[in-house]
Write a protein that binds this ligand. Structure first.
Ligand SMILES: Cc1ncc(COP(=O)(O)O)c(C=O)c1O
Length: 378
């Protein structure tokens, strides 16, 4: 049996998305910037995809800029958001994705900004009082805080963060890579200036995403070249990817409640079965449904002999999941997220992440294998 429980890393393509992409690949080869009929045909598909995204997020198409990835969207939001608005202070946490942390750290190292980190607790929850203090003490900050953590699943209250940012005149960038098309974001209500998306996290194609830039904030072009993406991002657009992104998003929204319930059910089932069968198992991050991303379960296992090779042994058993060790010895530099919440450096952690394509039978198989690795003492 082969089981894929690494859906926070990437998801399989939905057949409906593939069908749509293939149809466009076969029939449409014009450059969307060309003014002849072949180009206009491609342009129509591109703008239709933008309208679909904007409609689902309850915002205007003029605020959606297609990119090559979530990483590019995060980099752009941070660099342009800070530089083009003359901001000199940024606020984030140590447990953001590297697309955010490394970008901010590089800017701090270059002397462009002073960087402050908000405290988080041992489950990855943000200290909102500390955030407010930092905002109070630093006029017009750039705040970069994610919606849900990709390694431990803990969710931030982005309405509350948005209110605080508005109160202190800060610019708010939210890394929504793990929640876009998994949660019904309503951009007419959220007080956010930048939001990001990566299509491959919700059964869309890899290598395509978008950046939402609120009309309330101005940025200069982020890739100089042609007039693509309303002069902001030069380069011929990834038309097939963009069409696939919009289709994947449409499919995700059409069945969001049903999928959320189903996937949450799998996560709860796995958590209960691990607690029942694996002595000493613990969990990193929040696990309650209202505080935790329903697609992610980060389990921490007892430190036994098998523990060193846990992911390898899971892989041999046909199970794909992600590591997340807080250990920083040897070649394994460990997880900055687990280190950031002060997780044990000796217990091995595994991130299991689920999608609509997983089943209870698969979970049973994984738990059965884990029982072999961590037998109950007799
Ligand atoms: C929270 C978060 N931000 C950003 C990214 C980067 O997205 P991409 O893989 O499209 O570059 C990821 C991908 O794992 C992520 O989980």
């Amino acid at each position: 049996m082969r089981v894929y429980l690494d859906n926070a890393a990437t998801t399989p393509l939905d057949p409906g998305v593939m069908e749509q992409m293939c149809a466009v690949m076969k029939a449409t080869y014009g450059n969307p910037s060309s003014i002849h009929s072949h180009g206009r045909e491609a342009r129509t598909l591109l703008e239709k995809a933008r309208k679909t995204v904007a409609r689902l997020l309850n915002t205007s198409p003029a605020e959606i800029f297609f990119t090559s990835s979530g990483t590019e969207a995060d980099n752009t939001a941070i660099r342009c958001g800070i530089i083009d608005n003359n901001i000199t202070h940024a606020i984030s946490t140590r447990i953001e994705h590297h697309a955010v942390v490394h970008t901010l750290e590089a800017m701090e190292k270059a002397g462009s900004i002073k960087l402050s980190f908000v405290d988080v607790d041992s489950r990855g929850n943000l200290n909102y009082e500390h955030l407010e203090q930092l905002l109070q003490n630093n006029e017009r900050s750039f705040v970069s805080l994610m919606h849900a953590n990709n390694e431990i699943g803990t969710i931030n209250d982005i309405e509350r963060i948005g209110d605080l940012c508005e109160q202190y005149n800060a610019i708010f960038h939210c890394d929504t890579v793990q929640t876009m098309a998994h949660f019904p974001h309503d951009l007419s209500k959220l007080k956010v200036h930048f939001m990001v998306c990566a299509a491959h996290k919700f059964h869309g194609p890899k290598g395509v995403g978008f950046l939402y830039v609120s009309h309330k904030v101005k940025i200069k072009p982020f890739i100089y070249g042609g007039a693509q993406e309303r002069n902001q991002r030069g380069g011929t657009e990834n038309l097939y990817g963009i069409v696939g992104l919009a289709k994947a998003m449409e499919l995700a929204y059409a069945n969001m409640d049903e999928h959320t319930q189903y996937i949450q059910g799998l996560k709860t089932y796995m958590k209960q079965h691990l607690e029942q069968h694996i002595p000493g198992v613990e969990f990193n991050g929040e696990t309650d449904a209202d505080k935790s991303l329903y697609t992610v379960l980060n389990a921490s296992f007892p430190d036994t002999e098998i523990a060193d090779m846990l992911l390898f042994n899971l892989d041999i058993a046909g199970i794909s999941a992600s590591g997340g060790s807080a250990c920083s010895s040897g070649t394994d530099i460990g997880s900055h997220v687990l280190t950031g919440i002060g997780a044990s450096t000796t217990r091995p952690s595994v991130r299991f992440s689920f999608s609509k394509y997983n089943t209870k039978d698969e979970i049973d198989y994984v738990v059965e294998k884990l029982r072999e690795f961590f037998p109950a003492k007799v």
